[in-house]
Design a protein around this ligand. Structure first.
Ligand SMILES: C[S@@+](CC[C@H](N)C(=O)[O-])C[C@H]1O[C@@H](n2cnc3c(N)ncnc32)[C@H](O)[C@@H]1O
Length: 158
């Protein structure tokens, strides 16, 4: 087995202190503002990022509970395979959110569209690029008949 160890490059500052009530995706958090603080040793890597309207945040779900391989996702009432969901409790609890980059001031990124808890460790940042990341003819599996309608989380994955 390959062991992977990462150091956080920064931390999220968000209005959400607990899972309950936190938007379940950036698409449900259009007006939620927050910041990403980048630690000093990585700040030079922010050069040229300000030309991008959106960024991909990769982060550690530091408050998630133990994982199960079958879960009831927020948007359904049936059990689904974990890897067919975006549930935060995972063997490697890595989150991915595409957020709007509103501005950069020194080591601080202002972002809009946070579905992330306060104090979440950030693992990486990448520019969102339509040419690379958009796809046509998308299928979305169980979500096409999903019965859940919520925009915010409860505490099922803590
Ligand atoms: C369904 S996940 C989706 C996250 C991300 N957009 C993704 O697709 O990987 C979003 C939920 O994860 C939970 N969450 C966010 N940050 C977390 C953290 N640091 N630790 C544990 N749970 C977190 C909140 O309940 C939030 O509503």
């Amino acid at each position: 087995m390959v062991m992977c160890e990462y150091n956080a490059i920064g931390v999220v500052h968000s209005p959400f202190k607990e899972a309950r009530g936190t938007p379940i995706q950036p698409s449900r958090a259009k007006d939620v503002m927050g910041t990403v603080e980048i630690f000093d040793e990585y700040v030079e890597g922010l050069d040229d990022l300000d030309g991008f309207s959106h960024i991909i945040l990769l982060y550690h779900f530091h408050r998630s509970g133990p994982y199960r391989l079958k879960v009831k996702p927020f948007l359904d009432t049936s059990l689904r395979g974990l890897f067919a969901t975006r549930a935060p409790s995972r063997p490697n609890p890595i989150g991915l959110s595409v957020v709007e980059l509103v501005g950069i001031n020194g080591n601080t990124l202002s972002v809009r569209g946070l579905d992330i808890l306060d104090e979440t460790p950030v693992l990486d940042i990448k520019p969102y690029v339509g040419e690379f990341d958009d796809r046509e003819d998308i299928r979305t599996g169980w979500l096409e008949s999903a019965r859940g309608r919520t925009d915010v989380a409860d505490d099922r994955f803590e």
